[in-house]
Design a protein around this ligand. Structure first.
Ligand code: SAH
Length: 238
């Protein structure tokens, strides 16, 4: 059970998630070990639960970050390009970057993660949080990670196509513009509220993670994988 995974340190939390089988892949485990949630969650950072970060947003629970990475892992290779929509605290953006950036300074492939949020304060917060570690600062300085203010429902065409797209807030549909911005092959991990239920009402139920694959031949395969509870993907506040 997810809440048994709470630890008193980052290492303990990740070890517990791994022991309970919520993280299976060694690369995911290492990438999460290397990012201290204490830099991203203002309270109870090592609890396996979502925590408020202001502006009605939350940093998702660690087991959800784990699931997202596990589903996307085959598309997260050194050199991959990734879009993280609803980047909020910036925590997952950092973990994703650890999985794709590689060692460009040694001539290795240059991966990149773009974090998009529609609230400027959260874009700044993610940047500040990431600057709290040497590793994070380097990702920002080299342009391997960029945080951008935009409506994520339109994706970020300037950086497309992406090997992987992660959506961190519940959408009302499988936005075609996002599917368009996937590489072939590429994969999107997206929470979607059940048909006919506005995301704002579906909070607390009626949402499912969908995994959308664009195959090498450009064909699309969609699969509904498990039920979740995310804050909604909305219009930006006035
Ligand atoms: N992955 C983040 C989740 C943050 S909560 C984390 O774990 O920290 C969801 C985020 O989606 C919020 O930061 C919210 O501001 C953002 N969001 C909601 N609607 C959006 C939209 N239309 N475009 C971009 N970001 C949006």
């Amino acid at each position: 059970m997810a809440w048994y995974c709470t630890g008193s340190t980052n290492k303990e939390l990740i070890e517990n998630l791994s022991r309970e089988g919520l993280i299976k892949n060694e690369r995911v485990k290492r990438a999460m070990m290397e990012v201290d949630r204490g830099h991203y969650a203002p309270s109870r950072p090592y609890s396996d639960s979502p925590q408020p970060i202001g502006h009605n947003a939350t940093i998702s629970a660690p087991h959800m970050h784990g699931h997202a990475c596990e589903y996307l892992i085959n598309y997260l290779r050194p050199g991959s390009h990734v879009l993280d929509i609803g980047s909020g605290s910036g925590y997952l953006t950092h973990v994703l970057a650890n999985l794709v950036v590689g060692t460009p300074s040694n001539g290795g492939p240059k991966g990149q993660v773009i974090g998009v949020d529609h609230i400027q304060d959260l874009v700044s917060l993610a940047h500040d949080n990431m600057s709290r570690s040497e590793g994070g600062k380097k990702l920002l300085d080299t342009g391997s990670v960029k945080f951008i203010k935009a409506d994520g429902r339109r994706g970020w065409p300037e950086g497309a196509p992406y090997d992987a797209i992660h959506v961190g807030a519940a959408a009302e549909e499988l936005h075609p513009l996002l599917v368009e911005q996937l590489k072939a092959p590429g994969r999107m991990f997206i929470p979607v509220s059940a048909e006919g239920t506005p995301a704002s009402v579906a909070l607390g139920g009626g949402q499912y993670i969908w995994v959308v694959d664009k195959k090498e031949d450009g064909s699309i395969h969609k699969e509904k994988v498990f039920s979740v509870s995310y804050v909604p993907l909305t219009d930006s506040p006035k």
